[in-house]
Design a protein around this ligand. Structure first.
Ligand code: ADP
Ligand code: MG
Length: 384
């Protein structure tokens, strides 16, 4: 959705041009899955798909919200009535960000907002973070708050955790706020230190495909909570603040100490090996060897499938089909039980791979997946 189009619709809705237009992208996580609530490493990059918001300030304590992608007209909220748990509609995401800004002591007096997004919802590509971050950046600019990108990400996470009530880590919001084109973001979720790692696949004759299976298995919410609680229990049993504190070299000793806690042992093994996979990926990309990360992605999938147990038949079918048809590597990405998978492949292999996926899904009688190329794109920014 272009900035002009969003600005024009804003003008129709609210009777005046917006003060500005901002964009924030969805993201894909290259590697580092279910590590962010264990204080570990993640490596997302921004998608070209983004949320675009036109915003103007108001001084009468009203927040008016409109989305081109939702039924219904403009929703009008009073700033002093914003409270966690009061809104179960899409408006909770932008309203939650405004609530979090006010909670942090920023003098926000109101706004008119119109937004539109090309990030698919519920596909594990973080449409929610795109929405939060575009609002946070617009308010930071308009109200001259001077917040750093990582601070915006923290506020957005608070909005999602507390106001919306969804227990997510810090990765999605940081990716949307901080990513750079042609790079993946190596993020330490403990201290939020970050490094931009060159990730320009097209220049190497490579492609990264995202395969959105369009399935979301119903039990995903509760299973996320169980994994999270299991990781916390593992850390407690091992006497560390978070599983990030178990060094890869000490993994076997740690597993031995967990004795017959088989479920916890598997969770711990995934998290500790996954952190190590992120570090290996960073080293290979820094050394200019992107093809070599393929097997690491595939190892990551096996760990999520067998140890963390959050894959599903559709995701496994993507990975198995891709590997059988010449992919360099493949893995599920995101929370699991549906959503999307990644495939790293030579550019020349993409047409035959795509055909093989379509055929495999048809044979299995699964819904046809949506396949698109993921080009590492820009993080949040002002457009107009
Ligand atoms: P994900 O972030 O993986 O896409 P979530 O369930 O976290 O999935 O967030 C999706 C929710 O975000 C939607 O149900 C909706 O409430 C909100 N959302 C996303 N995109 C838009 C949009 N363009 N307009 C309004 N709300 C949106
Ligand atoms: Mg989300």
């Amino acid at each position: 959705m272009g900035a002009q189009q969003v600005a024009e619709r804003f003008t129709e809705l609210y009777g005046a041009r917006p003060e500005g237009v901002w964009a924030a992208p969805g993201r894909v996580n290259l590697i580092g899955e279910h590590t962010d609530y264990n204080d570990g490493f993640v490596m997302p990059f921004a998608l070209p798909h983004q949320a675009v918001a036109a915003v103007s300030r108001r001084d009468d304590g009203l927040l008016r919200l409109h989305s081109a992608d939702m039924e219904g007209g403009v929703v009008e909220l009073r700033l002093d009535a914003l409270a966690p748990g009061t809104d179960s509609a899409w408006t909770a995401y932008p309203a939650g960000v405004v609530w979090a800004l006010r909670e942090a002591g920023h003098a926000i007096t109101g706004a008119d907002v119109h937004l539109s997004s090309t990030v698919p919802t519920g596909a594990g590509l973080s449409s929610s973070a795109a929405l939060e971050v575009v609002i946070a950046l617009a308010f930071d600019d308009l109200y001259d708050l001077g917040l750093a990108r990582w601070q915006l990400a923290r506020l957005c996470q608070r909005a999602e955790n507390v106001y919306v009530g969804a227990p997510t880590g810090i990765m999605d919001q940081t990716a949307s706020a901080c990513c750079a084109p042609g790079h993946a973001l190596f993020l330490d979720t403990r201290d939020l230190s970050q490094q931009q790692i060159p990730f320009d696949l097209a220049a190497e004759g490579l492609r990264l495909l995202v395969v959105d299976t369009q399935v979301k298995h119903a039990h995903s919410g509760g299973e996320y909570g169980k994994r999270r609680a299991g990781c916390e229990k593992g850390a407690a049993l091992l006497g560390v603040d978070a599983l990030r504190d178990i060094a890869y070299a000490d993994l076997d000793a740690a597993l031995a100490r967990l004795g017959d806690e088989e479920e916890i042992r598997r969770l711990v093994r995934h998290v500790v090996t996954e952190d190590e996979r992120v570090e290996r990926t960073v080293a290979l990309l820094r050394a200019g060897d992107p093809r070599a990360i393929g097997p690491i992605l595939t190892e990551g999938h096996a760990s999520l499938r067998d140890d963390f147990r959050i894959s599903c038949p559709e995701l496994d079918l993507v990975v198995d089909t891709a590997l059988a048809h010449g992919a360099l590597g493949s893995r599920m990405t995101g929370g699991g039980f549906g959503g999307s998978a990644l495939i790293l492949a030579e550019s020349s292999e993409v047409p035959s791979l795509t055909k093989a996926l379509e055929a495999a899904f048809a044979t299995a009688d699964f819904m046809a997946p949506r396949v698109f190329e993921a080009v590492p794109s820009a993080g949040a920014r002002r457009l107009v």
